[in-house]
Design a binder for this molecule. Structure first.
Ligand SMILES: Nc1ncnc2c1ncn2[C@@H]1O[C@H](COP(=O)(O)OP(=O)(O)OP(=O)(O)O)[C@@H](O)[C@H]1O
Ligand SMILES: [Mg+2]
Length: 451
């Protein structure tokens, strides 16, 4: 008996310690069983208390009366599925007549503490079926990506959502994106995760990092072109516009459409081409975009206009040619001059890290979702890397990328260095690295970028 008591105390102590120090392990060992039991046992009571039951139908009342049984009770939504996950539970519910998905969404906070879970979100899967996702602990506190993710070409897992699911950056669904955030809020770490995710894919990476290249140049072995100052960036963007024109010519030749059809009217994209003809897709990563839009002299103003025009053209026409923009900055508003709001309107994906004022949050979500603006302002300063990710459909999620260090990203890029494609148009901007063949002689006005 004493042995049993000692063992019990040890198990309880171990569970308590795990829950405190390693909530993810606690969830996998004890939490998931306890929470499943709790949900199943308390289900009817909690649903009743949260106002998610419907009174018995007339025919059930009539039947009870006819058979002289007690009056039937109100009924909660029927459980279609209860699935434990790595971070919580997924409950699929069939709503009763008269209920709607909004009722469940409105009650999610009540459900959260009634079931003693950390977070509860819900969404409608199809008419009358709602999925309630519950998390057992704060999954964003210490982000651990699942080992198995649904990675596909041009779709990389980049962060974890607060409901425990994986947040993907899907370039074919959302070609261009904007990432905003105050200084030290986690933009570059997010971008680093993207680079590490894309490194293993057949894609050309192009970087513009006007912070003297400190963020992207260490990853140079996986980059087909890099620029670390606005002058090189202007030439690089012009080269990309030229490449875009060439890709359109290729698509057009393949479609056998007459040569006088304007570029913008060509409906097909590179993904419609046969594999052997398809040009390599290009992801253009721009860190600290404001540096490209600032100027102090007439000469610099001309360069700025050239850069913004090229970016707007890439954002408008680049998708079909397989050129995708990923722009990061602290602010990206009309105060940066003409063309900026037009460019911003083309950047469908929006991610806002912690911002210092509402205006900055509005730059990301003002034209999309007022709720997301509020959520972005509320990100606490100590939770660096937490962001609100939305898109132009108005949906948004709180996400956090794993804390990939520069060393880890460099290792990943070096491991996949052999995948770096040599694009002839971008050859002058290929970073010269010790131990790799020298960059080909510049074909045009552009000067080679320094490593
Ligand atoms: N996802 C994350 N998880 C944990 N810590 C993070 C995360 N993202 C960022 N951090 C921490 O915040 C620090 C700053 O991040 P980062 O360099 O990405 O900020 P930034 O927004 O690019 O800042 P700046 O505008 O000054 O370049 C990192 O060194 C890291 O310690
Ligand atoms: Mg940065």
């Amino acid at each position: 008996m004493t042995g049993f008591a000692v063992a019990l105390v040890l198990v309880v102590a171990a569970a308590g310690l795990l829950r405190w120090r390693r909530p993810a392990w606690y969830w996998m060992t004890f939490g998931v069983t306890l929470a499943s039991l709790r949900v199943l046992v308390r289900y009817a009571t909690v649903m009743d208390a949260c106002g998610l039951t419907v009174p018995p139908s007339r025919w059930r009342l009539a039947l009870a009366r006819a058979t002289n049984r007690p009056a039937p009770e109100s009924r909660p939504p029927r459980i279609l599925l209860l699935r434990p996950t790595r971070t919580g539970l997924v409950l699929r519910l069939k709503l009763r007549p008269g209920q709607d998905a909004f009722d469940v969404a409105a009650a999610s906070d009540r459900l959260r503490h009634s079931f003693s879970m950390y977070g509860v979100t819900s969404r409608e899967l199809r008419s009358g079926v709602v999925e309630v996702r519950m998390t057992g602990y704060d999954v964003l506190k210490r982000v651990q990506m699942p080992a198995q993710t649904d990675t596909r070409p041009m779709r990389v897992p980049v962060a974890l959502r607060e409901d425990g699911s994986v947040h993907y950056r899907d370039y074919r669904a959302i070609p261009h994106a904007l990432t905003l955030g105050a200084t030290e809020s986690g933009k570059s770490v997010y971008q680093r995760n993207l680079v590490a995710g894309l490194a293993a894919q057949d894609v050309a990476l192009v970087g513009i990092d006007c912070k003297q290249g400190v963020e992207l140049f260490p990853l140079a072995r996986r980059f087909s072109a890099l620029a670390d100052n606005p002058d090189t960036a202007a030439d690089l963007l012009d080269a990309l516009v030229t490449r875009m024109g060439e890709v359109y010519q290729l698509i057009r030749a393949e479609q056998r459409i007459t040569a006088d059809v304007p570029d913008a009217e060509i409906a097909a994209d590179i993904w419609d081409l046969p594999d052997h003809l398809r040009p390599t897709p290009v992801v253009v990563l721009v860190d600290e975009v404001a540096e490209l839009a600032l100027f102090a002299s007439k000469e610099e103003e001309k360069r700025r206009d050239r850069i913004i025009t090229a970016l707007v053209r890439l954002a408008q026409l680049g998708r079909a040619a397989g050129i995708y923009l990923e722009i990061c900055g602290q602010r990206f508003g009309s105060e940066l001059g003409k063309g900026i709001t037009m460019l911003r309107a083309q950047l469908t994906g929006r991610t806002a890290h912690r911002v210092n004022d509402e205006t900055s949050a509005n730059m990301a979500f003002g034209d999309i979702s007022p709720d997301a603006v509020l959520a972005a302002i509320q990100i606490p300063a100590e939770m660096r890397g937490v962001a609100v990710a939305g898109d132009s459909t108005g949906g948004w999620h709180r996400i956090r990328a794993p804390h990939t260090t520069l060393r880890q990203a460099v290792n990943t890029c070096n491991r996949h260095a052999d995948r770096t494609p040599d694009l002839p148009e971008l050859a002058p901007f290929r970073p010269a690295l010790p131990g790799t063949p020298a960059a080909p002689v510049p074909l045009s006005k552009a000067a080679p970028a320094a490593a």
